[in-house]
Write a protein that binds this ligand. Structure first.
Ligand code: UDP
Ligand code: MG
Length: 321
């Protein structure tokens, strides 16, 4: 059997400070994997420029000119990490036998790739990179991120605990992923749905080498909420149960009201009535919001807009058969 062609797929958004440092690390990694005879000499490092506003794309182009191991894909505008990653994976799928996706900031230990490739060679189609420790993350980031995985799983989505988008996927798994046409992308939740044999490789997460995180609290919360609502209908079920319990409580309340009325002690009531009105108003708005979120998702899905548009590549694109 020929050695597998590996593509390392890396989304980049405004990463001009980081790229010059980490690109060399990625290059050494593909070269050493090829020298060790695990992957083919045709393996590449693929950068996806996600509509950066700085010099990221020109850095990628220069890298591609300097060394044939680098290739670049440029999106027509900023589409966010998940879409950029999908664009890279879907482009790489036609040229590679296996891909590894990773962030370009050096936070994920690239040495875990050796073990990932070993697992692939041993027959796994998906290998998850899992953070064993997050000591370098701030307490806040760590707690919010870990809370996120717990909430996700409690809500019934099938995500791998402490796994971000550092993972190996075989061609077959990518072809499976390509059959998921959803616009609301949450790859971490989709990949387990693709199936096939999978395993995990553990590594320690380091600090960002340079530049700043693109995921401040607000974006993180949005991402979490998007993930939950695009993978699970449990929130709507929770609303149904909530409605059920509130109805039950109201029924008991009504019995109590009737009883006090019959006993002739109906002077008070102002406070309890206002509480009930406020409480019900709040609960109803909340529930409408959650349902609205799902309707918004349906709205976006029915439009079937393209998930990414590639404007430029540093290589000849193969004609689609
Ligand atoms: N990224 C992207 N598009 C965006 C935001 C981020 O392609 O709109 C890339 C970014 O360049 C990096 C990866 O996604 O390679 C993860 O981003 P970041 O390191 O800022 O997130 P964190 O590790 O802090 O969660
Ligand atoms: Mg990062």
């Amino acid at each position: 059997m020929d050695k597998p062609v590996l593509y390392i797929v890396i989304p980049c958004y405004n990463e001009q400070e980081v790229l010059p440092v980490t690109s060399g690390m990625f290059l050494n990694k593909v070269k050493s994997l090829a020298e060790a005879g695990k992957v083919s000499e045709k393996s590449r490092v693929m950068f996806v420029n996600d509509g950066s506003k700085d010099n990221t794309w020109s850095i990628i182009r220069t890298l591609a000119q300097q060394d044939e191991h680098f290739v670049g894909v440029c999106l027509s505008r900023n589409r966010g990490h998940q879409n950029a990653l999908l664009a890279g994976l879907m482009t790489a799928k036609d040229m590679a036998d296996v891909t590894i996706s990773i962030d370009c900031d050096g936070q994920d230990d690239i040495n875990a790739m050796d073990k990932m490739v070993d697992e692939y060679l041993a027959g796994c189609d998906v290998v998850y990179g899992v953070r064993s420790k997050r000591e370098t993350d701030t307490w806040f980031k760590r707690t919010t991120a870990e809370g996120f995985y717990k909430v996700m799983n409690a809500l019934g989505t099938n995500t791998v605990y402490n796994h971000a988008d550092y993972r190996l996927m075989s061609k077959r798994a990518l072809e499976g992923l390509a059959q998921f046409h959803e616009v609301n992308l949450f790859l971490r939740g989709l990949v387990p749905l693709v199936g096939y044999r999978s395993s995990s490789v553990y590594y320690e997460r380091a600090e960002r080498i340079a530049g700043e995180s693109h995921y401040p609290l607000k974006k993180m919360l949005n991402f979490a909420f998007d993930g939950i609502t695009s993978l699970s209908v449990k929130p709507i079920r929770l609303i149904t149960s909530l409605g059920f319990f509130i109805s039950l409580a109201s029924f008991i309340g009504i019995l109590w009201v009737l009883l006090t009325k019959l006993l002739g002690a109906t002077v008070s009531g102002w406070a309890s009535m206002l509480c009930a009105i406020f409480f019900m108003g709040g609960v109803q708005l909340l529930c409408l919001g959650v349902i609205g979120e799902y309707i918004g998702k349906i709205y976006n899905e029915t439009k079937q807009r393209p998930r990414f548009i590639i404007s430029e590549t540093t290589f000849e694109q193969q004609p689609k058969q």
